[in-house]
Design a protein around this ligand. Structure first.
Ligand SMILES: Nc1ncnc2c1ncn2[C@@H]1O[C@H](COP(=O)(O)OP(=O)(O)OP(=O)(O)O)[C@@H](O)[C@H]1O
Ligand SMILES: [Mg+2]
Length: 385
């Protein structure tokens, strides 16, 4: 069915990020047009204006972009060549094709970080040949110490495509397990804690930055976000400065999330970039003056950006990951909502072990109490306690 009229905003992808973009769009009087792979994608369930199609297909992307004033993205797994083609046809993409081309590839990210004089883990690109790649991994470990971390340059998320290699004897197996993807290897950082910062930028260059958060990962997946991060002001300033410079360098329009590591000596390294609303900023829905989703929409629509200030001294967001028994978090909704101050977000996705199915945010005055309540509510959703 051909879409009726022209939508203000198109969104490629219909996962939970698109769903929460739709939620923010409601207040702005906007109905986004979505490109969803299937009709029961998380965001497609709440938006009446959905095109069904494969985000990997240029035709499907064109069907969306050609009927929207501006097109944005809820994920990065779109072919950068397609984005170049769409821009050449005159369609407005935000962030644009050149920005996406950098961020889609961890090697390009690492080059940019280095070129800006920002510190990242020491890394090297690996040859496509498995034997030569293994030799490169051994050389890297020999020079910079073990463990090293092997990464797929493209397509990884939630720790898929990331492998810690403890020593030389593990190298061949690790390389073989990564399949055909182009690889890079980097020093294994002794991580004391991980932090993230998000910056939002408008086409003319106006920027706002969210307070730095601590992110807690388990098995490569973010499980918890603490705002603000309990870091020295120098660390916060460094993270914020890096985010602003990266945003300018990639000519960002929309939201950029920057993930960083802090080691036990206080050394800060930039891990990776994402140009879309990000899990490390879900707390901003309740905890900040303007949510990341609303600010992303404001940026791509070239509207004034909103304040990013925290509205409470502390906020904690806990992800709801599908429990091993495959049960549905919705079954625990009543118990979660009985926890005072718990803001529950369920994404209406099919329950599957380990899958991100929702999150809970709690805001308040006492850091420990806020964390305890957020964990209790999230626990109730996965059948704990
Ligand atoms: N060089 C490193 N040294 C130590 N730990 C690392 C290193 N790189 C990654 N990790 C660990 O693995 C996690 C996932 O890595 P990374 O963010 O690069 O992968 P991803 O799959 O792209 O993740 P995302 O879900 O954020 O897209 C990190 O948050 C960190 O905990
Ligand atoms: Mg990451």
């Amino acid at each position: 069915v051909a879409p009726v009229g022209r939508a203000a905003v198109g969104i490629v992808g219909a996962g939970q990020l698109a769903r929460m973009l739709c939620q923010a769009a409601v207040g702005l009087g906007i109905t986004p047009r979505l490109l969803a792979a299937v009709a029961d994608d998380s965001a497609a369930l709440v938006d009446p204006d959905v095109l069904l199609g494969d985000p990997g297909s240029l035709d499907a992307l064109r069907a969306l972009a050609s009927t929207c004033a501006v097109t944005t993205f809820d994920h990065e797994l779109v072919d950068p060549e397609h984005l170049v083609a769409l821009e050449a046809e005159g369609h407005v993409l935000r962030p644009g094709a050149a920005t996406a081309a950098v961020v889609v590839d961890k090697r390009r990210q690492r080059e940019l970080i280095r070129d800006l004089g920002i510190v990242g883990p020491i890394w090297r690109a690996l040859p496509n040949d498995a034997g030569e790649a293994a030799a490169g991994v051994r050389a890297h470990g020999g020079e910079h110490g073990w463990p090293v971390v092997l990464k797929a340059a493209r397509g990884g998320y939630d720790g898929r495509g990331v492998r810690v290699v403890a020593g030389p004897s593990e190298v061949d197996g690790a390389v073989a397990s990564m399949g055909a993807a182009p690889l890079l290897v980097e020093e294994g950082i002794d991580i004391a804690f991980e932090i993230a910062v998000q910056v939002v930028r408008r086409p003319g260059g106006e920027m706002v930055v969210y307070p730095v958060v601590e992110t807690v990962q388990r098995d490569g997946i973010c499980v918890e976000v603490v705002a603000p991060a309990a870091v020295e002001w120098e660390v916060a300033l460094l993270a914020e400065g890096a985010a602003r410079r990266l945003a300018e360098a990639i000519d960002l329009v929309g939201l950029l999330a920057v993930e960083l590591f802090v080691d036990p000596h206080g050394r800060v390294t930039v891990n990776e970039l994402a140009v879309r609303p990000h899990n490390s900023a879900h707390h901003t829905i309740e905890a900040c003056e303007t949510s990341q989703f609303e600010n992303h929409l404001r940026a791509v629509l070239d509207l004034p950006l909103g304040a990013t200030t925290l509205r409470a001294p502390h906020a904690v967001m806990v992800n709801v990951l599908g429990p091993p028994d495959g049960s549905d978090p919705a079954d625990g909704l009543a118990r979660a909502l009985a926890v005072p101050g718990a803001h529950v977000h369920l994404y209406a996705k099919g329950a599957k072990a380990g899958r991100k199915l929702g999150h809970v945010t709690v805001c308040g005055d006492d850091a420990d109490d806020v964390r305890a309540r957020a964990r209790r509510a999230a626990g109730a959703l996965v059948g704990e306690g």
